[in-house]
Design a protein around this ligand. Sequence first.
Ligand code: GDP
Ligand code: GDP
Length: 459
Amino acid sequence: MKRSVLIVGRPNVGKSTLFNRLTRSRRALTHDMPGMTRDLIRGIVEDDEITFELVDSGGLEYGDDPLSAFAGEIRQQAEAAIEDADLILLVVDGREGVTAADEEIAQHLRGVAERVIVIVNKTDTKAGELGMHEFHSLGFERVLGVSAEHGTGIDDLLETIAESLPDADGAGAGVDDQAGPIRLAIIGRPNVGKSSLLNRLLGEERSIVSEISGTTRDSVDTLIERDGKLYEIVDTAGIRRKGKTTEAAEKLSIISARKAIDACDIALVVLDGTEGATSQDATVAGYAQDAGKAAIILVNKWDAVERSEELAKKTEEEIRRIMKFLWFAPIELISARTGRRVDKIFGVVDLVAASYRARFTTSRVNDILERAVQRHMPPAISRGRARRFYYGTQVKDSPPTFALFSNTSEPIHFSYRRYLENTFREELGLFGTPVRLVIRSRKGFEGGERRGRGGCEVE
Ligand code: GDP
Ligand code: GDP
């Protein structure tokens, strides 16, 4: 499936500079498409993550005059190009701020707003940097600052494009119901009951099982359908394969756990309830944390313990102590042998997957950030200066990742970061997934006061 990204914008904002930057720096082939009223310039962008076609509408001439802008054939061609594009980069000039021509084009793109990213160019200049935020007023959720000439912000842009484009197989990135099966990895040290759990999950009524070749050469993934939904259990071969000696089994379990974790959305971390949480369990679970995956902790063999409220509570406390880093992961007490509460796992998986893949609007993220900062001021940064946050936006899902634009790139104090993470988690109703915050500095703001064009409040 061809994926194409269209560049639009009024003259002189830097469209062709951006086009050249994206294509040339990625060794692209450019050629003109003959036979068009005005030539669309096409190129291929090849990045580590994705490949897509980039189309420069340079010749489409939206112009400052709305009456002539979309006249006749040119208008039709513009329409067709917009229709064809998977993603539209609306390039604007950060130095000049929002102009009538920008608004005109924005108005025209209103109907396809979810496919539009506003690219504020020329942020290498002081005025460009300062003007960036007012472009939110164009009404699109995503606004990114770049300097096409100097190459800053281009990596972020490519990352955002990669996130936004549909996958090669046609599934939409970041869109819940199109994101394909929920991928689960069953991990844990030997003998906790992983293969018993796998068999139990596969043996569930209503589940249709098929084996498909896995992500790595010797792995086998298993597809389950349940209540009309698809789940993929990754590297089921790794679960079944057993080492001869305990030591070999340990090693093998770690290798296959890592492979499986890389390929999954949610790690099902299995523990042996008769033994409680051990440091070895923590090691295996730590990989899930490192990889930024969602996690559910399953305490197995709950049939073999003297079940009581107290024991359940004690076990949970122990897990929370030994696996502090997975504090957000729900805990379920199950028995693969009797099937106790195994059925319930799918419900928890659905909730966690929805959180892991969720996307939120910039206005919602901003509101939460603003209120969080009002409730608790961030700790001062170096030389006693105040830290400021200008705005926040979700840059990625799986797991939800929020970029917070600040007047400094200094890391946030651990406890304040935890506070912000928790606030996002609570207010967005996120469950079982890690939440990532990345701090982006906006150098133009360094030193505090905003100068330049008036009328636009940034804080
Ligand atoms: P287009 O006609 O809208 O595609 O714009 P161009 O790519 O031809 O650029 C218009 C002008 O803006 C040229 O003089 C570029 O050198 C300049 N320009 C483009 N990108 C940047 C940038 O990132 N920073 C600065 N300061 N100037 C830029
Ligand atoms: P794996 O090495 O993690 O795949 O563990 P297995 O599934 O092979 O199970 C290890 C041992 O634990 C076997 O003897 C199983 O019968 C036993 N076992 C697995 N699940 C349960 C359970 O829910 N309850 C009890 N009592 N034993 C279990």
